[in-house]
Design a protein around this ligand. Structure first.
Ligand SMILES: [Zn+2]
Length: 154
């Protein structure tokens, strides 16, 4: 049952109550009067129940729309997530690697929050890449640091 048919039922009951009111105003015998009042009260109860149902239906429809929207978001994320695989780089970082082209890595912390931030090369000797999302650095490439205890060219 949708909101429109609930409204129709509500109007039908309202009309029935009005007919009963009309009957009550006419000359009816004293035995019929309490029965008319009882019928009106019961119709009033049904009207109240329909009103509650209509409110509940509206809430459920809103909830359904929100869930539908969340489902669309989840499906979009699933499709994007499948384009990456968790991998270990030569520098020892564990990051998400794009399966397609161009080759790139994505930040695992941001990935877990359903955000893809492509790691950017810092172009330094330590071979780190930086996440533009959370600013974290990852040792993606092999470090080119000179081992300690040695001096250069002197
Ligand atoms: Zn990040």
């Amino acid at each position: 049952m949708d909101a429109i048919s609930l409204a129709g039922a509500y109007q039908g009951i309202k009309a029935a109550k009005e007919i009963l009111s009309g009957l009550f105003e006419q000359k009816v015998d004293s035995e019929a009067r309490p029965k008319i009042l009882e019928a009106q009260a019961k119709l009033g109860d049904v009207q109240d129940a329909l009103f509650v149902l209509r409110e509940k239906l509206s809430e459920l429809q809103q909830e359904r729309d929100e869930l539908r929207s969340q489902l669309v978001d989840i499906q979009a994320w699933k499709a994007r997530e499948q384009q990456y695989s968790l991998s270990s780089t030569v520098g020892g970082a564990v990051v998400y690697q794009f399966i397609g082209s161009p080759d790139h890595f994505a930040c695992p912390s941001c990935f877990n929050r359903r955000e893809v931030h492509i790691l950017q090369d810092n172009h330094n000797m330590s071979g780190t890449f930086r996440c533009p999302g959370c600013q974290e650095n990852f040792p993606v490439k092999q470090s080119r640091k000179i081992p300690s205890g040695r001096t250069i060219g002197m």
